[in-house]
Design a protein around this ligand. Structure first.
Ligand code: PRT
Ligand code: MG
Length: 217
């Protein structure tokens, strides 16, 4: 009986765009064009490795339950995830941005009794609680920038890269919560059971990341 493939979970979009060149250096190339394909499980050039294509925010759940052995997703998603069934052995240094508190240009800074709209309620609650600020957190699934414009919230907590999206909506980043990049994650049980193969993959990716960092400098 042949061993089941190692499954790597990730999302289409910006993370995948940056992750595919790193995986290629590990000898893992998708067997079909992921931009066109609607398949959710994709074979790769490595017969022992398959890709599972899901929403970025679902990656920790698939890996946490062991439905995928490994995953690639943003630190923002991982900080929001409540499970402790994952290892996070490698910072891939891709899809970089920062998580920030933002508000209308010229607005008073975060003080007390704030309403904050975000896709990241857990991170947001922790952040303001640690500062002794009483914040009412309003969970949204997208377009957080709208919330302060229509009086739904005083501030937002969202990802910022260039700041153009905030600027276009009359908002400005006030505080950085943390810097974000994408991470390789591994199911804890898979790491034990399939240790040699997974450890090898981690080391090959580590080398690819180090190379990408030095060539980009
Ligand atoms: O769309 P869906 O809900 O399925 O998933 P998603 O939109 O979360 O996926 P995707 O492919 O957009 O990838 C999201 C992941 O990419 C995040 O979890 C981060 O880890 C990472 N990432 C890196 C970013 C950005 N940079 C980023 N700039 N994700 C989103 N943005 C958005 C941000 O939310 C804001 O709307 O880009 C806008 C800000 O960009 P600037 O340059 O205008 O500041
Ligand atoms: Mg998106």
């Amino acid at each position: 009986m042949s061993e089941r493939k190692l499954l790597i979970a990730m999302a289409k979009g910006r993370i995948m765009e940056d992750a595919l060149p790193l995986l290629a250096q590990a000898g893992i190339t998708p067997a079909e064009d992921l931009k066109k394909s609607r398949k959710l499980i994709v074979d790769t050039s490595d017969p022992g490795v398959g890709l599972v294509i899901i929403r970025a925010s679902d990656v920790p759940t698939y890996v946490g339950y062991g439905a995928a052995d490994l995953g690639i997703t943003g630190k923002d998603v991982l900080m929001e995830y409540a499970g402790n069934d994952l290892y996070e052995p490698l910072d891939l240094g891709i899809a970089r941005c920062r998580l920030a508190v933002a508000g209308p240009v010229g607005a008073a800074p975060a003080t007390d009794r704030l309403r904050v709209a975000t896709k990241y309620p857990n991170i947001t609650r922790r952040y303001f609680a640690a500062r002794g600020i009483q914040a009412e957190v309003i969970k949204l699934y997208g377009s957080m920038e709208l919330a302060p414009l229509v009086g739904l919230a005083d501030k937002i907590v969202d990802l910022v890269d260039t700041g153009n999206t905030l600027k276009a909506n009359g908002l400005v980043a006030e505080e950085t919560i943390c810097d974000i990049s994408s991470r390789l994650i591994v199911n804890k049980a898979a790491m034990k059971i399939r240790h040699a193969r997974i450890q090898h993959l981690i080391e090959v990716l580590r080398t690819a990341v180090a190379g990408a960092g030095s060539s980009a400098a």
